[in-house]
Design a binder for this molecule. Sequence first.
Ligand code: SF4
Length: 336
Amino acid sequence: MSLLEVKNLKVHFPVKHGMFSRTHEFVKAVDDVSFAIEPGETLGLVGESGCGKTTLGRAIVRLVEPTAGNVLLDGEDVTRMNGSILRARRRKFQIIFQDPYGSLNPRMTVEQIVGEALDIHKLTDSKPARQKRITELLKAVGLDAIYAQRYPHEFSGGQRQRIGIARALAVEPELIICDEPVSALDVSVQAQIINLLRDLQQERGIAYLFIAHDLAVVEHISRRVMVMYLGKIVETADAKAIIRDPQHPYTQALISAIPEVDPESKRQRIILPGDVPSPIHPPGGCPFHPRCPIAEERCRTEVPAFREVAKNHFAACHLAGTKIDLPRNPARREAV
Ligand code: SF4
């Protein structure tokens, strides 16, 4: 049994118009998404801003209410839980956010922030035990206990993210949703936080859903990667396979944007025309067709099936595996 199973999950937000605020339309932020995460695994989730990846992460932990579908954690359906049962199960899954400052209460000390999670779930039975556990948690994320009485504004961005990780670790979760945890940090600090998450995973066997818009970051930490576009998963595979042989044109465009260390590299950047369409009125057929450099007539009308195109490699594209031919599309190319 998988640690997490997400089945046909949908999150549709109503859009209200007019004097009587009647709902005529919906933003399909997450539209029929299914996947699984095994214990101790890191699954990467990548896509442009607004593709629905943050909403998906929040729906899994019920910070956003799913419209339909199921989220099974250890076989128990989180979408059917409420009240005290949901609160108790929340121990198993935690979330860390892009903006650690915004997610830390500025009026609470580090000790209070980390200790709050211990108190809610009654995880220590005496003051000395609580103090000892807070010291252990701060040490686990690379912070000295002398910082325990300080407030969030006294720390750097990287240190604040460490406090957020310590708070998540306090309840000994089996799964952490990492929602763009390094996007707001300098590159050198990004590497430190990713290495910390990796070390904690090895020590404690925690699984991660690691969300980011940067495929290079996701590939660095994930065993498998999912690519999301307009609320749907369009490709998923082993991280190495997806970088080496992307099957979906959108994934090819994301990979072409990764800067290369080798100055002799001839890789060209694929510039997609237009912006991501509105999720209120997604295009018919393949939702990527208005921006796809290799779209055919049938792409306008036929929804591509999400199918296995190589062993454990899935993509939703009629022409999966066809590479974008840059020299024949000069208007759509640009050297990186
Ligand atoms: Fe492009 Fe057609 Fe594949 Fe969609 S189905 S990604 S439009 S080739």
